[in-house]
Design a protein around this ligand. Sequence first.
Ligand code: BJ8
Length: 440
Amino acid sequence: MGVQEHKKLLSNIGVDVDRHAKMMSMGLESYQNQFMSQKNRPEGMKYFDWFMSEIQGGRIAEINELRKNKKPAVGTFCIFVPEEIIVGAGGACFGLCGGSPATIADGETELPRNICPLIKSAHGFKLQKTCAYTQSADFIYGETTCEAKKKTWEILNKHHPVHVMNIPHMKREKDLKMWKEEIVEFKEHIEEVIGKKLSLEEMVNGTKIINEKRKAMQRLDTLRGLNPDVVPISGKDALFINQMGFLDDPTRYTKKVNELCDELEKRVEEKISVFEKDTPRLMVLGTPIAPPNWKLHTAVEGSGGAIINEESCIGHRYYKDNVDLENIETEDDLMSELMKRYSAVDCACFTPNTPRIDKILQMYKDRCADGVIYYTLSFCHTYNVESHLVTTALEEAGIPCLVIESDYSPEDAGQIKTRVEAFLESISFKNKALKFKQKN
Ligand code: BJ8
């Protein structure tokens, strides 16, 4: 698609084309500075570099082509969206822009200042009309996970249709029953959008596509943590791949992630690491890290650490579970399995949420990590409060942990770097002392 044709498409879907172009050029410059300068990147990253160049271009044209053919286009800020149903309907499910400081001031014209930056940024993108994904969405999927999101939907709905799914905050039998009903209602909403009933076969097909996508992401995750002496891909690149999983066509994305994993498997075998031996291996826990928020990964990997996993919704929480398709005979069976899969998500909006803590401790062991960073966005009460329980469990297990609360502004980047450097130093010292003790 030529530049003029593309501008026409953006303008037709209501994007503020000039402002959008300025933001895109800033985003691409930031990507080039932070990603392209890394040494020894896998060849397979070329596809993701290309995707970045088409992020608000070619992919937007693809989504709008689907819409022309009466397929649904659904934007989301949460991993509770049953995307299997959307993909089964031949449509696209995508994450909406919400990771930039450039839209916060606009968001704050309608929302309070003291709520998390993700929501303010996302709302600002809608008011500015600078996210081509938001502008391409038939509707936005909203959920009742946290107070700030729940109330924002009512305001966002003035500007764009929002379908809200009621996500319970506990997982008792009666809560799960209600959750399943909500999934059925979501399916009916999709049917309304496309003007036809969905067959079981279509939905099973969509589920298979998403299962394959999650499997490819699980494979990448395993390769990052497989060998304690080899990190075959930087945490920053892996984070970017995970972020793009919310935008790309799932079948193409799965193929490209698997191709990259083939290359990473060889790297692990041949002991080709992007970091020097004994680089401290860190896991990042906490709130989602939406693009272009690469601040933490840049600080850690620019200070001599390696990030080997994100226990986040843009990360492990998104891909850890598949839908079991073994015994699906009826639509009701499929709805039950979708409910089971989604209710295994361990978001901090649940009480109690102890499986999350058990999982973190297990992951830490499996991936031979040296420490964790508990990362939360400012004013995210659920993850901020839950950090007490998580850090207590980590402390009891003797796991070094650094808690970082931040927003999208670049102002605290220096301070974060200083804290990360001190943390890495303490880990290296601990590791050296341990080795010395083992030798003597
Ligand atoms: S499943 S983590 S994507 S709700 S918006 S809770 S950061 S204050 S995003 Fe989330 Fe779904 Fe849970 Fe994951 Fe906090 Fe901000 Fe709320 Fe947030």
